[in-house]
Design a protein around this ligand. Sequence first.
Ligand code: FAD
Length: 388
Amino acid sequence: MIKKFDILVVGSGPAGSAAAFTAASAGLSVALIDKAAFPRDKLCGGGITGRCASALSQVFGQEITPDLFLTSQRVRLFSQGALLADVRDAPPIHMTMRRDFDAVLHAQAKAAGAQVFAPARIADLDPATGVARLGDGQILQGQLIVGADGANSIVARALYGKAQRYRDVAFGLEVELPRDTVDGDMVDIDIGAVAWGYGWVFPKRGSVTVGVCGTHVRNPDMRAVLDRYANQGPAMVRALSSAQCKGAFLPTGWRLGAPGEGRVLLVGDAAGLVDPLTGEGIGWAIRSGELAAQASIRALGAGAPGAAIRHYAAEIRYVQDEIRIAGRIARLAYTRALRPIFARTVRDNPKMTRNALRLLAGQFDYQDFGLAFAGRITRRMGRAVLAR
Ligand SMILES: Cc1cc2nc3c(=O)[nH]c(=O)nc-3n(C[C@H](O)[C@H](O)[C@H](O)COP(=O)(O)OP(=O)(O)OC[C@H]3O[C@@H](n4cnc5c(N)ncnc54)[C@H](O)[C@@H]3O)c2cc1C
């Protein structure tokens, strides 16, 4: 027997839960399918910026609460271990464990009325008919499918034959260490730790995440990069030796054309919506899930499911443009020949650095301020070169 739904949402990370929550709250019948039962682990720094916190509040009504997040306003920027800036009044960054965070969003989608199929693997998916066969033999059909199944999306593969574009995928490797490995609540970011990427230390409520992330093609031995970066004193080296490292891909902008086709809408990582400068993806995952659900509600309400992808493509363009501009700034910060000049410019221009942190935290959009910022930093970098 085929179970019929308005929408099949494949994947219940932030993107899928946002889509399912929004669509189910509007009265659509939603199947929410995930290969894992919740709570489940997800490799991630768990850094929630202001941009993401707004999406969380607007889409789910979920606020930043101390039971789920550790908030820090102190950010230290380094380049290969050398301190560039110590900003004590940075825009707040909230750090969370994805196991707990995703479980809260998943529960909200379920409470809104989405029918959960988890743990359930998709054995077979036909984008043309909207039919999905699960590993246990159940057959589901949706008028629309939302592909929210992350960086290795099988929905994207069913459409395009692949889930990522090799040249712009980033790879992150991280490790969860005991909380007392570091003192205090400051966030450390080292823009010289990785080729075309950065290293980070994110304190959380019960642990500290140490990670490195950069373009995959430029970092063939990421484990060596992590070992080098984590060589920050005996406590960290000792903790690292007995901890388990895990890695995962970040698709930074691979489908910046139409994110889907026919009855399929791709969201979050499945649509490549990861910021190429910062690796931030949770906020855009939530936003894109919401936008895909709204496009679906509108199209199904008009009896024209085929129009959903058109509505969604129009709405998601703003997010795609944000990612494009972030890519341009990433070229200034990460291109090998420019990186030392960029680092010096950060060190010598504290006001500009503060504004950059506000941009990264989502207090301005890249489209409002990012291009002007890129122009300003290019001029300052030019002056730094001439002054040598
Ligand atoms: C090392 C690392 C550090 C990061 N740090 C940050 C950070 O600090 N801040 C930030 O904003 N972003 C960060 N990101 C990016 C962020 O993790 C992602 O952008 C975000 O999780 C995307 O959400 P999503 O819902 O699209 O996908 P995911 O969160 O990956 O969720 C996909 C869901 O789909 C399910 N699924 C997968 N395949 C199937 C299938 N075949 N059938 C059914 N279900 C399936 C999975 O179980 C999962 O629940 C980081 C990423 C990495 C790798």
